[in-house]
Unconditional design. Structure first.
Length: 95
């Protein structure tokens, strides 16, 4: 499983941001391997900052999701009001 965390500026309208993130995730669905499970977008309720979590999963593990998750992260960073986007569960490679 790979999780993408999206943090927004404090003055961002959460419902609008949620819709935009879901639209981008839906648009990125074609970039995921065909065996990947359906992505989930969830809102974390916090009075300090709005945060959404996108969960990607694949039967073969995170290796199959590494490149698509990074591409989606980069697309989400371009959304207006996004403060930061990070990935948890990504594959670290050493040379």
């Amino acid at each position: 499983m790979s999780s993408i965390f999206v943090e927004f500026d404090t003055n961002t309208e959460v419902e609008t941001a949620l819709r935009r993130v879901k639209d981008r995730v839906d648009g990125a669905r074609g970039d995921l391997p065909s065996e990947a499970n359906e992505p989930m977008v969830k809102e974390l309720n916090s009075s300090d900052w709005p945060v959404l979590i996108v969960v990607l999963s694949h039967p073969d593990g995170v290796e199959a999701l590494d490149a698509p998750a990074k591409k989606l992260r980069d697309e989400l960073k371009r959304l207006r009001g996004v403060l930061d986007v990070s990935i948890a569960g990504d594959v670290s490679r050493e040379l």
